[in-house]
Design a protein around this ligand. Structure first.
Ligand SMILES: [Zn+2]
Ligand SMILES: [Zn+2]
Length: 401
């Protein structure tokens, strides 16, 4: 057949070393037939170099995991967990994770050896749900494939490919690993449409979506707790705090500090607050930056979800005359009111109006949280933007006023 000289050919491979020949034989036969129209199109439309391969990789991963996991790492390579030192917040199981890594390796290998224009990824469980990964020259090919294989997902894996963000699960020092483990798969499942949208529509998608598991009402944290820039020393009530019981007051302050910390250090685009204690089905998204596009995305992908917009002024900002915040002691005479306070000299997180309040709070429970709070400062780098450096310089002990 002289006409076949310039035709692309099919190259079948397995992304997963555990696949047997038997398992791929059937889908392989059918794919060869189904891909004929695409091969013909490519030959007729002169899109290909002579004898350029179409690479087909089989995998045990499900289509949606392929879709979110097949995006190729760029020069930067692997996720940056080692940098932040945070626990790996993957939204997939460990077995799936190692398969995703194997899949990426197989794609890179095929790209290096065969230099194809695109790779097809075939999930073995649902072999009719293909994903095309474009490695180069997709401008003409992309619309054509959309016409020839309208149900196949298409991904671009060139340097412009955005990596779908993963989840970074954090707790507010009270939940513990078992809570994170329990919530992670469900959060990952529910957030998946949004993560996919973010991967496709936002430039810097290497960052992770931070999920903060707290045991305090997120409505108080996210909406009612506002600290204005107070230069006047006047004390005033903070909505939602003064009417809390002692335990809830402490939990809210702890969760709030964790929240401030995460926003300040990680500067995430999106923060998800989950109150695991009362109702973890009920969670809130806090949009921290890049608002308009992200809000559109949330509206499109999770239409029933609530979100609120983080305002910078909700971080307690130091003013010329000191720090204004709530004293953390339950027995403070101005409990729940914003007033002039100083930081705990160890954790730089808890705040007190007097050494009496500090001593009381230490006995009441801060002794247990002080060093975890210190450790949870998320390893601020020396070059990191750090407004709180100014806050960190108070005298080593709180003076009685
Ligand atoms: Zn006090
Ligand atoms: Zn402390």
């Amino acid at each position: 057949m002289s006409s076949s000289e310039g035709r692309p050919f099919l190259w079948f491979g397995c992304a997963d070393g555990t696949l047997s020949k038997q398992e791929v034989a059937t889908p392989r036969m059918r794919l060869a037939r189904e891909l004929q129209s695409i091969i013909n199109y490519m030959a007729q439309c002169d899109l290909e170099k002579a004898n350029e391969p179409i690479v087909v990789l089989f995998s045990r991963l499900s289509p949606d995991v392929i879709r979110s996991g097949a995006a190729l790492p760029t020069n930067n390579g692997s996720p940056k967990d080692s940098q932040s030192g945070m626990p790996l917040g993957d939204d997939i199981s460990m077995a799936e994770y190692s398969r995703v890594k194997a899949l990426r390796r197989a794609i890179e290998e095929a790209r290096d050896k065969l230099n194809p224009r695109f790779i097809m990824l075939i999930p073995l469980q649902q072999p009719w749900l293909w994903t095309f990964v474009f490695l180069r020259g997709h401008d003409q090919l992309r619309p054509a494939l959309h016409r020839l294989a309208p149900n196949a997902a298409q991904l671009m894996a060139d340097r412009r490919q955005a990596v779908t963000p993963g989840l970074l699960m954090l707790d507010d020092l009270t939940a513990g690993k078992d809570v994170l483990q329990r919530l992670r798969p469900r959060m990952a499942h529910e957030l998946r449409p949004l993560l996919l949208w973010m991967g496709e529509n936002m430039e810097d998608s290497n960052e992770r979506v931070v999920v903060l598991c707290i045991c305090a009402e997120w409505s108080i944290l996210a909406q009612r707790f506002i600290i204005p820039d107070a230069d006047s020393g006047e004390a005033y009530q903070v909505a939602g705090l003064s009417d809390l019981g002692d335990a809830e007051f402490q939990r809210t302050l702890l969760a709030r500090d964790r929240l401030f910390n995460v926003v300040d250090v990680l500067q995430p685009r999106l923060l998800v607050l989950v109150n695991w204690l009362t109702n973890s089905d009920d969670w809130l998204m806090v949009v921290c930056r890049d608002q308009t596009r992200l809000i559109t995305g949330i509206g499109n992908t999770l239409p029933n979800r609530e979100f609120c917009i983080w305002a910078q002024r909700r971080l307690p900002q130091p003013s010329k005359s000191g720090i204004y915040d709530v004293c953390y002691s339950n027995v403070c005479p101005k409990r729940g009111q914003v007033q002039l306070v100083q930081l705990c000299p160890r954790c730089f997180t808890a705040k007190y109006c007097s050494s009496m309040c500090q001593a009381e709070h230490w006995k009441a429970g801060h002794c247990r949280f002080c060093s975890p709070l210190q450790a949870a400062k998320l390893k601020r780098g020396p070059g990191a933007r750090n407004d709180t450096a100014k806050v960190r310089s108070p005298a080593p002990s709180v003076k009685k006023r």
